[in-house]
Write a protein that binds this ligand. Sequence first.
Ligand SMILES: Cc1cc2nc3c(=O)[nH]c(=O)nc-3n(C[C@H](O)[C@H](O)[C@H](O)COP(=O)(O)O)c2cc1C
Length: 349
Amino acid sequence: MQIGNISIWPNIVLAPMAGITSHPFRVLCKRHGRVGLVITELISSQAIHYKNSKTYGMFDWTDEERPVFCQLFGADPAVMAEAARVVVGHGANGVDINMGCWVPKVAKTGAGAALLKDLCQAEAVVEAVVKAVPDVPVTVKVRSGWDSADETAPRFARAAAEIGARAVTVHARFASQGFTGTADWSVIARVREAVDGRIPVIGNGDVETPQDARRMLAETGCDGVMIGRAAMGNPWLLSQIGLFLETGVLSPEPTIFERLQVARDHARLQCEVQGEAIACRELRGLLGHYFKNFHGASYIRSALTGVKTLADIEKILDEGAEYAMKRPQEESDPEETILRDTHTSPVNA
Ligand SMILES: Cc1cc2nc3c(=O)[nH]c(=O)nc-3n(C[C@H](O)[C@H](O)[C@H](O)COP(=O)(O)O)c2cc1C
């Protein structure tokens, strides 16, 4: 897949996810195989305009992640243009415009998916950003429309392509649905038809497995697939999908030991980037995603909810590894009793 002057291979994209796709997770996805493109979580153009130091801290991408696009949200064309220049000045390889976020904090300002209710404004935003950063590709991520009364994605995508957007991603749900129901991929095919091959269309919504990705490509004719929730705690997934699409080979699921190691890497990276106190608060929820569907998983998840330091986390992960090593000989033990009995961390006392 070609987005402007950038070749994206494989055609698998890590979705922008607030609170999830910061530098540590983007890097982990890259380290565990081939990922075509990663996108930052949404960043406020207004906050960039007011030079908010926390927001500037979100320009945390490194060369290891490239190509990396920075996602911006905002409804004011001039402010969005200024923010685009800033993030490209900080080395983003492209700018993605958020027109999918429906949460009131964003939508009530006219930004995010609310722009799909005012296509003139939406087009003005795209035009301003395209003009502001002529040397990098500008892409747009949309929902099917604001609500089912008007499926705006196809006609907006056509307009965006004419104005100079270099790709469009479609999360195949209406904004009014939030995350409810199932994604209706047929809108992706209609967007594909509307842009008529002028720009790539990236399909998004409910892709959880390599087979899902293949089915989305076949059913909609989209050029690439974006993966969100299914990648949480599973940074292997994007490259598993890439490999499957290329070769038909399904790579084995990571072992519990690999999961524990990657959770540890994630914790260390997050502490390096954010400092231990803030990182540990976020890691309580984030690391839980690595531990699902095996004996001891729910215990590890609940133990992680109380962690305050990296040492707390490492202790729980060490105990998880010990448990996993013992487990084959101790099949008859009730789930999780070994961990519960041996765990002595003060955070769980
Ligand atoms: C926790 C979370 C945070 C998200 N944050 C963003 C965001 O910052 N920008 C955006 O465009 N979409 C965001 N999304 C939507 C995802 O990018 C994606 O469109 C959606 O999850 C559907 O894809 P999936 O079914 O593969 O998860 C977020 C989704 C989740 C679950």
